[in-house]
Design a protein around this ligand. Structure first.
Ligand code: GAL
Length: 651
C-alpha cells in the first residue's frame, strides 16, 4: 500500500517536476569558443589556472577569464535568473598594489542588445560586485569585460555564476556568423612594381632585395641602371651584391610582359640604418610553435613563390623558437634534429631570393626552454652570420632570472646592446627585433639599444579581444616610430594557425581580419604572417596581396598612425557602434585613414574632414577596393561589426 502511494504521488508530480526551476552554473557551459584577450576562459579556475579569488574570498565555482573578453550565451527565453559576482582576480591585486598593473575593467551585460548591467570601473583589491538579473523572455545574453587602464594584465572572474531556468538549459554560442568577402580586385595583367621605394644597407655587406613585381607570367625584368657592385638575378628576381660607398643610389629597372612595360625604380641607402620600411614576411611561431622544422621552412619559401607573395613585398622567412640543439665543446650553438643543416637551409632560401631569420634570448634559456645566448652573444652572432641569417628576434623570458622581474630600462638596453653590437661586428646585416613585450617603455630606447623593431605588447592570439586590446595600446607609441624603428604589435593572426602541428583556421571573422591588416598597415607595424602557407586559402591570399594596402605600411615616411577621432563615450567598448579614426601621414603629402568599428554591431559612419583632423578632403580613395570615392562635405560609410575602411585622402 505504502509503495502504491509513493508511486501515485510520483506520477502525479512528474509534470510539475519537469517545469520546476533548474540550476546550471556558467562553468558547466562549453565556453571554448568564447573570445578573450588572453588564453581561453577557465572553468572553476582563474585564467592563470589558480583558484578564483576576489578581495580575499575564494570561490569554488565560476569562470576565470580576461579583460577584454566576450561570452555569448543563448537562453532561448528559458532563463529566469542569472546570478554572478564579478571582479578583478586577486592575482592582479599584488601587481596593482605595486603600481605595476592597474587591473581596471568594466563589466557590461547585454540582454537582447539592451544593456542590463554596467559595473562602471572595477579595480583590483575591491570586493566582488553582485549581479542578480531577471532575464525572463531573453534570447541572447552577451557579457563583456573591457579593459579600461593601459595594462594588459587584467584577470577577471565571473564567480559563483549560475542560471536558473525552466526546460532546456542555456548554451554558449559556437560559431561566428560572417562569411568571407573579397575586397582586393584582381591584379592587372600588365606589370606593376609593388615593392618598397627605399632599402637601407650597411657599406660593404651583402645586399639581397627581392623584386616585388606583379603581372601575368611570363614576365621579364631587365636592369636599366644598376649601381656598381649590384647584379640582377633574373631567375630569382632579386638584386644581389654589395656597395662599399655610403650614400644613396637609385636603381632603374623595367618589367615587361605581353600586356605592357613598366619602368620602376627604388633607392638603396648605404649607411647606418637598416629596414627603412617595416619588415614584411613570415615567422614560424603562430603557425607551428616549437614544432617548426627545416622541412616546413623550405615549404614556406616554396609557398611564397607558388602563391606569388613575393610579388607583393613579402620577403622574410623567420624561424622562431624551436631550432636549437646544445652548445658544443667550443661554445658554438648547434641545431636540433629538425634542422640538420642550417647553412644549407639559409642558402636555399637565399637562392630563391628570400631573406631568413632566427630567434634567441639574452637569458640562458629561450621562452621555449632551449639554450639562449647568455654569455655567448658574440659566438652566436658569428654563427648566425656564418649560417647566412638576415634577422634575429631576441626574446626576454629567462633573462628575468638574471635581472629580476622589475629590470630597469638600462638593464634592458644593456642586454640588447650586447647582441646588437655583436651582430654589427659580423660581416652581414642582421636586423634585430626586440621581444620583451613593451616593458620599460621600450619605444623610447629600442632604437638606441640597436633594435629596428620592438614588441609593444604581450603575445597576440587570434581573437578580436586580443587584436582590439593591442590596437588600444598603440596610440602613445606613435612619436617613436620612423624609418628603421618600428613599434611591433606582434605578428599577424590571419589564415591557418595553430602554435603547434594542430593547424586550424583563425578565430577572427573576415571583418576582423580586414581591421587587423588595416591597422597594422597604418601603424607602420612589421607585417609577419604566422599562418601555414601550404594551406593558403583565397580569402587570406586576397587579404595579404593588396598592393595599395601594403603600400601604406611600406610608405617611406615611416610614420605611425595616431588616433584622431574616437566616439565621445569611449568606454565601455561593448557598444553597438564605437568608431575610431586613425591617421597616418604619407610621403606624398596625403594621409591614410583607418576607420574602424570597434562596436558589436554594423553601422554607418559619417566621414567629415573634422573627424579626420583635416580642414577639407579633396581626394579620397578606398584602398581595399582600389577605387576613388567622390566627396563633397561628408560621406556615409557602412561598416560591419569590428570591420574597417582604409582610405587615402588629400587635404
Ligand atoms: C614568446 C614570444 C613569442 C615567441 C615565443 C617563443 O615570449 O613573445 O612571440 O617568440 O616566446 O618561445
Amino acid at each position: 500500500m505504502r509503495l502504491l502511494t509513493i508511486l501515485f504521488t510520483a506520477v502525479c508530480l512528474f509534470p510539475l517536476a519537469l517545469k520546476a526551476q533548474q540550476k546550471i552554473y556558467l562553468d558547466e557551459l562549453d565556453l571554448s569558443r568564447s573570445s578573450s584577450g588572453w588564453k581561453v576562459p577557465q572553468m572553476r579556475k582563474a585564467v592563470d589556472y589558480d583558484t578564483i579569488r576576489i578581495y580575499g574570498k575564494r570561490y569554488s565555482r565560476g569562470v576565470g577569464t580576461h579583460a577584454t573578453s566576450k561570452m555569448e550565451i543563448w537562453l532561448d527565453g528559458k532563463v529566469k535568473r542569472f546570478y554572478t559576482e564579478v571582479g578583478v582576480d586577486d592575482k592582479v591585486a599584488k601587481a596593482a598594489k605595486e603600481g605595476k598593473h592597474l587591473g581596471e575593467v568594466a563589466f557590461t551585460i547585454l540582454a537582447d542588445g539592451q544593456r542590463v548591467y554596467y559595473s562602471d570601473t572595477v579595480r583590483a583589491n575591491e570586493p566582488a560586485r553582485k549581479v542578480d538579473l531577471n532575464l525572463t523572455g531573453v534570447s541572447r545574453l552577451i557579457m563583456y569585460a573591457d579593459q579600461l587602464g593601459p595594462s594588459h594584465h587584467d584577470h577577471i572572474d565571473y564567480a559563483d555564476a549560475y542560471f536558473e531556468y525552466e526546460g532546456t538549459p542555456p548554451y554558449a554560442a559556437m560559431e561566428t556568423s560572417e562569411l568571407p568577402y573579397i575586397l582586393t580586385p584582381l591584379p592587372l595583367n600588365a606589370p606593376q612594381y609593388n615593392g618598397a621605394a627605399r632599402y637601407g644597407v650597411s657599406p660593404g655587406k651583402p645586399i639581397l632585395i627581392k623584386l616585388a613585381v606583379s603581372g601575368k607570367e611570363p614576365l621579364q625584368i631587365k636592369p636599366t641602371k644598376l649601381p656598381r657592385g649590384l647584379k640582377l638575378d633574373a631567375a630569382a628576381r632579386c638584386i644581389r651584391g654589395s656597395i662599399s660607398q655610403k650614400g644613396k643610389q637609385t636603381l632603374l629597372l623595367e618589367a615587361s610582359n605581353k600586356f605592357g612595360k613598366q619602368a620602376f625604380s627604388f633607392d638603396i641607402v648605404v649607411g647606418d640604418t637598416l629596414q627603412l620600411t617595416p619588415p614584411m614576411g613570415w615567422n614560424s611561431w603562430n603557425c607551428w610553435g616549437m614544432e617548426v622544422s627545416a622541412k616546413s621552412i623550405k615549404q614556406v619559401a616554396e609557398s611564397f613563390s607558388k602563391f606569388g607573395l613575393d610579388k607583393y613585398g613579402w620577403s622574410y622567412i623567420n624561424i622562431d623558437d624551436g631550432w636549437q640543439g646544445e652548445r658544443d665543446a667550443s661554445g658554438k650553438i648547434t641545431t636540433n634534429a629538425k634542422f640538420p643543416d642550417m647553412k644549407k637551409l639559409a642558402d636555399s632560401v637565399h637562392g630563391m631570393g628570400y631573406k631568413i631569420g632566427i630567434y634567441s634570448s639574452p637569458g640562458e634559456k629561450t621562452c621555449g626552454g632551449l639554450p639562449g645566448s647568455f654569455g655567448f652573444e658574440s659566438n652566436d652572432a658569428k654563427t648566425y652570420a656564418d649560417w647566412g641569417m638576415d634577422y634575429l628576434k631576441y626574446d626576454w623570458c629567462s633573462y628575468k632570472e638574471k635581472v629580476g622581474k622589475n629590470a630597469t630600462a638600462q638593464q634592458h638596453i644593456d642586454a640588447y646592446k650586447k647582441i646588437s653590437n655583436a651582430l654589427k661586428a659580423t660581416d652581414r646585416d642582421i636586423v634585430l627585433s626586440l621581444c620583451q613585450y613593451g616593458e620599460q617603455n621600450v619605444e623610447k630606447w629600442g632604437s638606441q639599444a640597436g633594435g629596428s623593431l620592438w614588441r609593444t605588447t604581450g603575445d597576440i592570439i587570434d581573437t578580436w579581444e586580443s587584436v582590439d586590446q593591442i590596437i588600444n595600446l598603440q596610440n602613445h607609441t606613435q612619436p617613436y616610430a620612423g624609418p628603421g624603428r618600428y613599434n611591433d604589435p606582434d605578428m599577424l593572426v590571419v589564415g591557418q594557425l595553430g602554435w603547434s602541428s594542430k593547424i586550424r583556421a583563425t578565430r577572427l571573422t573576415p571583418s576582423e581580419q580586414y581591421t587587423h591588416i588595416t591597422m597594422w598597415s597604418v601603424l607602420a607595424a612589421p607585417l609577419l604572417l604566422g599562418c601555414d602557407l601550404t594551406k593558403l586559402d583565397p580569402f587570406t591570399l586576397n587579404l595579404i596581396t593588396n598592393r595599395e594596402v601594403n603600400a601604406i605600411n611600406q610608405d617611406v615616411l615611416g610614420k605611425q598612425a595616431v588616433r584622431v577621432f574616437q566616439d565621445t563615450v569611449a568606454f565601455p567598448f561593448a557598444q553597438k557602434n564605437f568608431w575610431e579614426v586613425w591617421k597616418k601621414p604619407l610621403a606624398n603629402g596625403e594621409y591614410a585613414l583607418a576607420i574602424i568599428n570597434r562596436g558589436y554591431d554594423g553601422g554607418t559612419f559619417t566621414l567629415r574632414p573634422s573627424k579626420a583632423g583635416l580642414k577639407s578632403i579633396s581626394k579620397l580613395r578606398d584602398c581595399w577596393r582600389q577605387k576613388d570615392l567622390s566627396f563633397k562635405t561628408e560621406l556615409d560609410i557602412d561598416i560591419p561589426p569590428h570591420g574597417s575602411y582604409l582610405l587615402r585622402v588629400r587635404e
